[in-house]
Design a protein around this ligand. Sequence first.
Ligand SMILES: Nc1nc2c(ncn2[C@@H]2O[C@H](COP(=O)(O)OP(=O)(O)OP(=O)(O)O)[C@@H](O)[C@H]2O)c(=O)[nH]1
Ligand SMILES: [Mg+2]
Length: 365
Amino acid sequence: MKLGIVGLPNVGKSTLFNALTKAGAESANYPFCTIDPNVGIVPVPDFRLGLLANMYQSKKVTPAVIEFVDIAGLVKGASKGEGLGNQFLSHIREVDAIVHVVRCFEDSNIVHVDGSIDPLRDIETINLELLFADMDVLDRRIAKTAKGANNDKSLAKELAILKRLKAHMEDGGLAKTFEAEDEDEQSFIDSLTLLTSKPVIYAANVTEDDLASDGNDNAQVAKVREFASGEGSEVFVICAQIEQEIAELEDDEKQEFLEDLGLSESGLEKLIQASYHLLGLISYLTSGEDETRAWTIKKGTKAPQAAGKIHTDFERGFIRAEVVNYQDLLDAGSYAAAREKGLIGLEGKEYVVKDGDVILFRFNV
Ligand SMILES: Nc1nc2c(ncn2[C@@H]2O[C@H](COP(=O)(O)OP(=O)(O)OP(=O)(O)O)[C@@H](O)[C@H]2O)c(=O)[nH]1
Ligand SMILES: [Mg+2]
């Protein structure tokens, strides 16, 4: 599961990427590795891990991770091959969700490709290129489907959907705002893996002066927020440059630095957490003397499949899961106390695991 960092040139994508991966490299217990200079594995900040590790005196803490990809800047005309054009678009095709960086900071030393700071125009430029690329995909698919549609009912149905979707896009609509008539139709549309069907978070890159107010004093940020709410996307206010500096600091210095800026936590951490949820991911936890660890599952995963993340034997020989909410466990003070209070649920194969569940799996192979 990975997120692509997308935006116009010079808006701060690589600066944000460096901050993300540096913050990752620093997390001592995670075996950080760079797969590719443009792909970074980033631990997901999770305050629950520290609390549980403290209770169990765990020797090791292992966070959940997600991947970010730093994608080269896109320019107007990319869908027609301008700039890095097709290369850019194929990188976006591979990601599961998008962090769209928009420049809201003024800095006369940093050139803006279109000459001025105007995040709405920038968003529109990017979204249009994605839309054009999707329409090309649809055109090709329509031409192919039309050939067989005369004597094949299911192809005829697909053709009708493709044409409706195309019309929606010609009006400027994104694939994700298209209203499918039923689940079959939606899964057909999903199978097209269109760029504009991917979930998006907007990262409004501001100057450090705008951080304390969370961008509320910046009129450009307000416009981005209004636009994003119209398409059901979230906006995070960050200062990529400051995040890069923060990522280089030790923990205690970091706290001091944040306080000086009037912040309680770094914007980067909130952005990473939101990205994790944007991918439809949640964490369940295991905790003991050896290790406290977050395990990544898709929302809606049942207990045996969640157990399979730890070991296939756990899934194959699944008997039951002993489940306690992390807060209940912390409040009780120990696993034994939680058990005495009846806070530990015995759950079977149909149990849907929740974010923040602390689980002990019983299995037999
Ligand atoms: N003042 C200011 N400058 C920033 C900020 N973020 C990035 N920059 C600067 O803007 C310039 C471009 O930043 P990059 O992160 O390389 O931009 P990019 O989006 O990766 O650009 P491309 O890879 O060319 O598409 C660099 O000189 C950064 O130092 C910021 O928050 N404030
Ligand atoms: Mg870059």
